[in-house]
Design a protein around this ligand. Structure first.
Ligand code: IMP
Length: 194
């Protein structure tokens, strides 16, 4: 049995198909390319969640005619403390950028923004390093429980007020490799830990 088949009994519904996600990334790429026409761009993916977003986005931006003069792809790896489905905003920096952000046009690429604390932490941390410009891109927006007013210049798709998985988003490290965005069955959250 394939892994994706073994996930099937745990999925309540598909929220966005692979094609809908690809179309959203194409649109985000056009917006980012237009705002950085003729300028160097640093796309900074926030792992692990933005694993697929940043790779697909980097290629899509590069394919836009008259886009940035050059594209650097870098990543940070962070882990948010909190319970299984909500972050506390206390972020553990597991890996910093490889390249300096000072003087660069940086776009932070995040998988999802929920209460906003993780993105706020990253914007503050990177802002102190004096990039030429610092902007943020999130593929999925969950605006229902925002605790801070965090600026996001590029927003892909609205997610429902649910815990969602797939396309990089996990529940206890599983489901990241689903090619679509899904809502899990309630029973998954009440399952005793293995
Ligand atoms: P925030 O600090 O509440 O904005 O949440 C940011 C981080 O929490 C994201 O980068 C995700 O890693 C995680 N997160 C928030 N909502 C979800 C979800 O619905 N599914 C999976 N991860 C989520």
């Amino acid at each position: 049995m394939q892994i994706t088949e073994s996930y099937e009994g745990t999925i309540e519904r598909t929220l966005y198909s692979r094609e809908q996600i690809a179309a959203a990334i194409e649109r985000l790429a056009r917006e980012i390319a237009a705002d950085h026409r003729g300028q160097p761009l640093m796309l900074l993916g926030v792992l692990k969640g933005a694993l697929f977003v940043v790779t697909d986005l980097a290629r899509a931006v590069a394919a836009v005619p008259d886009g940035p003069s050059e594209i650097i792809v870098d990543y940070m790896c962070v882990s948010s403390y909190g319970n299984a489905t909500r972050s506390s905003g206390e972020v553990r920096l597991l890996k910093d950028t490889s390249e300096p952000v000072t003087g660069r046009n940086v776009v932070i690429v995040e998988d999802i923004v929920d209460n906003g604390l993780t993105l706020q932490y990253l914007q503050a941390l990177l802002g102190e390093r004096q990039p030429a410009r610092l902007r943020s891109c999130v593929l999925f927006d969950k605006p229902y429980h925002r605790r801070v007013d965090v600026p996001v210049e590029y927003v892909g798709l609205q997610a429902p007020d649910e815990f969602v998985v797939g396309y990089g988003l996990d529940y206890q490290e599983l489901f990241r490799n689903l090619p679509y965005l899904a809502q899990l069955k309630d029973a998954v959250f009440t399952r005793p830990e293995a």
